[in-house]
Design a protein around this ligand. Structure first.
Ligand code: GTP
Ligand code: MG
Length: 228
């Protein structure tokens, strides 16, 4: 698919309470908040990093609370910002943050690890969490099986995942944050979602929560071309 032009990216961590250090977007920029959820170790941090930084991170640690990654793209001539909320998979690192994840969310990405059937079997509980937070039915949801590069270790067959996706009316993508040449490209997955949001949510504007402190970390410039 045709991806928008990447313009810039930013990585933010939510770590406590305080004031915003001037990281707000220009007033007229539309921002789409997309939360990425799923079991610990499925690759949520790597997927969001791949999309926003254009590469696989050398090393990751379990996410605590949430990390924001943002990328500005141009779709049909309009500049928009895609704000990915890379959530913690471990219960102890997420429980105090959960209500923030779901506030004013525009789309949800459910991730499982194709080499770990338990992460696939956890999906109903992630869907249930969304329900408990009263997520509107028209909020787009997609299902992503990650680590398809580990071919000999696959435990979740595509037809099983596809059945689950169909049951829950979600599109399924199988991908690898590590190897961009495998199956669906991470780039294309998020851009597909961005296109959908752009056409369906014309008036949405959002910003990071104003009562939390956000630390800006340096982020490499993303790649500007599509891998397609
Ligand atoms: N082979 C392979 N390894 C991957 C891929 N994506 C992530 N990993 C590895 O999987 C491990 C977990 O990745 P993370 O992105 O930290 O997982 P997470 O879902 O963010 O985990 P939490 O922050 O604890 O919720 C790391 O060792 C990654 O290097 C992939 O596409 N292929
Ligand atoms: Mg993580």
């Amino acid at each position: 698919m045709a991806a928008g032009d990447a313009e810039s990216s930013l990585e933010l961590s939510l770590t406590g309470s305080g004031a915003l250090p001037g990281a707000l977007p220009p007033a007229r920029s539309r921002i789409f908040k997309i939360i990425v959820i799923g079991d610990s170790n499925v690759g949520k941090t790597c997927l969001t990093y791949r999309f926003c930084a254009g590469r696989f991170p050398q090393r990751t640690e379990a996410t605590i609370g949430v990390d924001f990654r943002e990328r500005a793209v141009t779709i049909d001539g309009e500049h928009i910002k895609i704000q990915l909320w890379d959530t913690a998979g471990q219960e102890r690192f997420r429980k105090s943050m959960v209500q923030h994840y779901y506030r004013n969310v525009h789309a949800v990405v459910f991730v499982y690890d194709m080499t770990n059937i338990a992460s696939f079997h956890s999906l109903p509980s992630w869907i249930e969490e969304c329900k408990q937070h009263l997520l509107a039915n028209d909020i787009p949801r997609i299902l992503v099986g990650n680590k398809c590069d580990l071919r000999s270790a696959i435990q979740v067959p595509t037809d099983l995942a596809q059945k689950f996706a169909d049951t829950h009316s979600m599109p399924l993508f199988e991908t690898s944050a590590k190897n961009p040449n495998d199956n669906d490209h991470v780039e294309a997955i998020f851009m597909t979602l961005a296109h959908k949001l752009k056409s369906h949510k014309p008036l949405m504007l959002s910003q990071p929560p104003d009562h939390d402190e956000i630390h800006i970390k340096p982020e490499p410039k993303p790649i500007t071309s599509c891998w397609c």
